[in-house]
Design a protein around this ligand. Sequence first.
Ligand SMILES: Nc1ncnc2c1ncn2[C@@H]1O[C@H](COP(=O)(O)OP(=O)(O)O)[C@@H](O)[C@H]1O
Ligand SMILES: [Mg+2]
Length: 273
Amino acid sequence: MQSEKAQEGDSMTQLSVQNVSKYYGSMAAVSNLSFDVQDGEVLGIGGPNGAGKTTLFDVISGLTPASEGKILLDGVNVIGARPDQICHRGLLRTFQLNAGFDTMTLRENVLISCYFGRQNVVAPGLGFDRETRRRADRAIEMVGLSQFADQRVGEAPVLHRKLLMLAGAIACDPRILLMDEPAGGLSPQEIEQVIGLMRELRAELNLTIVLIEHVMRFFVALSDRVMIMHHGEKIYEGAPSGLLTDRTVIDVYLGEGASERLKHLVEAEAAHA
Ligand SMILES: Nc1ncnc2c1ncn2[C@@H]1O[C@H](COP(=O)(O)OP(=O)(O)O)[C@@H](O)[C@H]1O
Ligand SMILES: [Mg+2]
């Protein structure tokens, strides 16, 4: 990890992705992508399946190396840093597919996140220290899982598994949280519950959040700003409301030429009125 300070951007920029590409063979899963995330902001990332959204998170969190480009976290270039080093710098993430140790309880899972996620543990102790226990219980309480803490993860419903990943992340004192499809597979009622929870956590923990989501209700309810990806590239960045009128975004979601057809429909409707 280089300790150079960023030349570009101001002190409010917490995450700066600069000309990042990721190739799998000759296929660019992420292609020359640049964007910034400001302190305290919620950035929503959308786009069709295969657009490169998860790969982008994998590159930012250090799970897979970028092929090209620069990633600055609080002004420090983290290209080449290991996932645990990036985690210890305050960037935490959740996964699209539920991650967790199925045969252990929810509490044990959060304890492990909290123990290894906050500090470099060279020689793990035989038990968890008091501070780790306190933080884990607090995180479990914050996501509303206290009464289920002794349940095995393998037996927990989808909502609890999603909340578990969130608890594991917030137990580590995140400054920036990356969430990959937190609402996927949830019922409309559960989605409303998680939206309410995310709003509370954001305010209470002063979080910066980047979230990938297909569920439009979730996406629009929480995002200050959105970015849409397609074939690894950014095709839109701006206010959520701008999505409704952006031709490229409409074509990508509804099929090529859809914006023209929509325009004709709207004009025909106006002529009738
Ligand atoms: N480990 C990998 N090896 C090869 N190709 C991959 C790998 N991970 C993702 N891809 C490919 O990269 C593209 C982007 O995938 P992904 O980032 O999962 O998209 P999204 O999350 O937007 O649905 C897809 O074409 C996918 O098949
Ligand atoms: Mg994905």
